[in-house]
Design a protein around this ligand. Structure first.
Ligand code: PXG
Length: 291
């Protein structure tokens, strides 16, 4: 495997960064997770735009133009001969000293692109559906660290994941600081009620997921009414269907929330229709590359 590291393609064993890198010392940086299907990078522009927005928000310079970054991603995919891949773009403040002061890192940004294969969950789970649980850790409040920033500091989500795992669950439902449904640790959440689709608005402590937006587009195409609306746990419990969306996990049906059976306890009709359409779109739409 070859990894892109600051303009060079290096072998996995040589893909190393300094222990003085502020991404390592402080989680000072941003990232994106992107997928390629069948030599097509899905929503590449949207991911690059979001990386730039995350970087702008934390006043971090992206050392490449958007076009150059896009080329670097393609180069990483090609050199690794990957038709299908999960791509991780990581941009950190770079090497500084032991203090917080980001000025010490100026001009040292570290840019890494890793392309690899992933299958987050077993195939079985997509057929049976997932069982999730609300955890005590609430999502970061936007006034402190806005969830729109895909920062390298994922402790908030990791704590929630640990709590879910310790309770015997694979995924955690995170509420916002007001107690409304926010999202899961690396996925947005949707419910279906009376054949209409509901998802929390992006201002309520949720990341504006690119898969979330793709699902909203699919729903509109299929003439399924959509609502970006605050949701309580009660509304999840009484929903007909529920599912999660994210680049890594794609679309995962949820069949139990906090011990409550959702709908008939199996992936619902609307969910499976959207899953099928999503599969179709990822196979045919995207930025093409040759290996
Ligand atoms: N919410 C959060 C908090 C995320 O980190 C999503 C929603 C989904 O967004 P996209 O744009 O991917 O539809 C994410 C992004 C993993 C993993 O290994 C997942 C993400 C980030 C880092 C790791 O599952 N998902």
């Amino acid at each position: 495997m070859k990894v892109y590291l600051n303009g060079r393609m290096v072998s996995k064993k040589d893909a190393k960064v300094s222990v003085f890198d502020h991404g390592f010392l402080y989680g000072d940086g941003v990232f994106e997770g992107i997928r390629a299907y069948n030599c097509l990078v899905f929503k590449l522009k949207e991911h690059i735009d979001r990386l730039y927005e995350s970087a702008r928000s934390i006043m971090l310079n992206v050392p490449l133009t958007k076009k150059e970054l896009s080329k670097a991603i393609m180069r990483t995919l090609k050199i690794n001969k990957l038709k299908n891949a999960y791509i991780r773009v990581v941009l950190s403040r770079g090497e500084g000293d032991l203090g917080l002061d980001p000025r010490k890192c100026r001009g040292n940004e570290t840019l890494v692109i890793i392309a690899d294969k992933i299958n987050l969950y077993p195939e079985e789970l997509y057929k049976k559906g997932m069982d999730i649980i609300t955890v005590p850790t609430v999502r970061n409040i936007p006034e402190a660290l806005n969830p729109q920033i895909k920062s390298l500091n994922y402790l908030n989500n990791i704590l929630a994941k640990i709590e879910a795992i310790n309770s015997g669950y694979q995924e955690a439902l995170m509420l916002d600081h007001l107690g409304y449904v926010a999202e899961c640790t690396g996925d947005n959440i949707f419910v279906v009620k009376g054949k209409e689709l509901y998802t929390p608005p992006q201002c309520m402590g949720t990341l504006r997921g690119i898969t979330r937006d793709a699902v909203l587009d699919i729903a509109k195409k299929l003439k399924i009414p959509t609502h970006e609306h605050v949701l309580t746990r009660h509304e999840l419990y009484i929903s007909d269907e529920c599912f999660l969306t994210g680049t890594a996990a794609e679309i995962v049906p949820v069949v139990r929330v906090d011990g409550r059976c959702i709908g008939e306890g199996k992936p619902g009709k609307v969910t499976t229709t959207i899953m099928k359409e999503f599969k179709k779109i990822t196979k045919t739409a995207g930025t093409k590359y040759k290996i």
